[in-house]
Design a protein around this ligand. Structure first.
Ligand code: EPU
Length: 345
């Protein structure tokens, strides 16, 4: 395991902004996680573990500690019976490759999470979700180094505090766990409706009446590729804001105030989720290119902020603030940033 010094972090975030890390190393085994943590502890350095940096923004001042890049690979299927299969994966596996291989094995459960950038180990942190699936629905356990216990622990999904785009890993226990692996419960049965509207539309347009995990993956890949920029080509970190969740009463008031129907989805608890993309578009930021900051919004999906030629995280945050202020002024709603700004303060 090599520990490099003074490493620019621009290539460790798909937004390609931010300062340098005092130290950085890659780990490929659990043992190396321990070694890296011990090395940092001996020097009283803070630690941040990352995957491929597709949902993080580095501060311009950089990080005066050790960045651990998780490259732990593992993909093992355990077939319990004709229907149920358990999949054990290393946190450093590229997520889409995990989805592709599970679909190839004829399994369903994560096919709607196709083409999501990043590593497997990052998926529980914000309970990654798309097209009607999220990781909490198939997750059985998370294996992580628990800094409070000083050892590796196995957490059942019910202990992860999952919600919409959230978990204990990014709220109450932020920074406590370093995720090393996951296990998922997949099924040999075909996925069943209802599918997310865009997916059903694709399936019916292509005459697919009996969808399999492979055809749902095909649909999601087509939809995502049409709407979202590939982070290996365009500097972005996916959705930059979470969709705001408000009460039914607040929605009624907003619709009355604006004399318009506002796109929303109803949650089981009576709350509603609004489309942040719609709010941003209404606030005037659709296909927007800001000369002052070098930032813009992706033409087909304004929820995605793109670093066109920005040269600092300060510029990105200035652009973010323009959007937040405009949405606030128009709808009195505060958009919350979704990718993490690191190091935490
Ligand atoms: N919309 C607009 N204008 C646009 C695009 C969209 O008004 O230019 C409105 C439409 O009303 C549309 C709605 O926004 O129906 C929702 O758009 P979309 O289906 O693209 O989904 P989203 O809510 O904007 C979420 C996730 C995405 C995920 C998609 C698909 C969040 C914050 N984002 O986006 O996740 O791919 O659903 O399930 O929940 C990511 O996190 O990086 C990400 C891309």
């Amino acid at each position: 395991m090599t520990i490099s010094e003074n490493v620019p972090l621009t290539n460790y975030s798909t937004m390609h902004l931010g300062g340098s890390a005092a130290y950085l190393c890659e780990v490929t085994t659990r043992m190396e996680i321990l070694e890296a943590l011990t090395w940092a502890q001996q020097r009283t350095l803070p630690v941040i573990m990352i995957g491929t940096g597709s949902n993080i923004i580095w501060r311009d001042e950089g990080f005066a500690g050790l960045v651990i890049v998780n490259k732990i690979l593992r993909f093992e299927l355990f077939k319990e019976d004709e229907t149920n299969t358990y999949l054990t994966i290393g946190a450093g596996e590229p997520w889409d490759s995990v989805v592709a291989r599970s679909v190839q094995a004829g399994l369903s459960g994560i096919e709607a999470l196709s083409l999501i950038p990043g590593t497997a180990g990052a998926t529980p942190i914000q309970n990654v979700g798309a097209y009607g699936q999220d990781i909490s629905q198939t997750l059985v356990t998370v294996e992580a180094f628990d800094t409070q216990v000083g050892d590796f622990v196995t957490l059942p999904a019910s202990d992860c505090g999952f919600g919409y785009r959230t978990s204990r890993f990014k709220t109450t226990d932020r920074g406590r766990f370093y995720i090393s692996g996951l296990s998922l419960h997949l099924s040999a049965l075909s996925p069943t409706p209802p599918f997310y509207p865009a997916v059903s539309e694709y399936l019916s347009q292509h005459g697919i009446n009996a969808p399999s995990s492979a055809t749902v993956r095909e649909a999601v890949v087509a939809i995502r590729s049409a709407k979202l920029p590939d982070p290996s080509v365009v500097n972005n970190t996916g959705s930059f804001f979470a969709n705001p969740v408000i009460s039914g009463g607040q929605l009624a008031q907003l619709q009355a105030d604006h004399d318009t129907l506002i796109p929303h989805w109803s949650n089981d608890d009576g709350s509603v989720k609004l489309a942040a993309a719609w709010l941003i578009e209404q606030a005037g930021f659709k296909d927007y290119h800001d000369a002052e900051t070098g930032m813009g919004t992706w033409p087909a999906q304004p929820l995605v902020l793109v670093n066109e030629h920005a040269n600092s995280t300060a510029s990105l945050l200035a652009f973010k603030q323009k959007i937040v202020t405009a949405v606030q002024a128009k709808f009195n709603l505060t958009l919350e940033q979704e990718p993490e700004l690191l190091p935490l303060k």
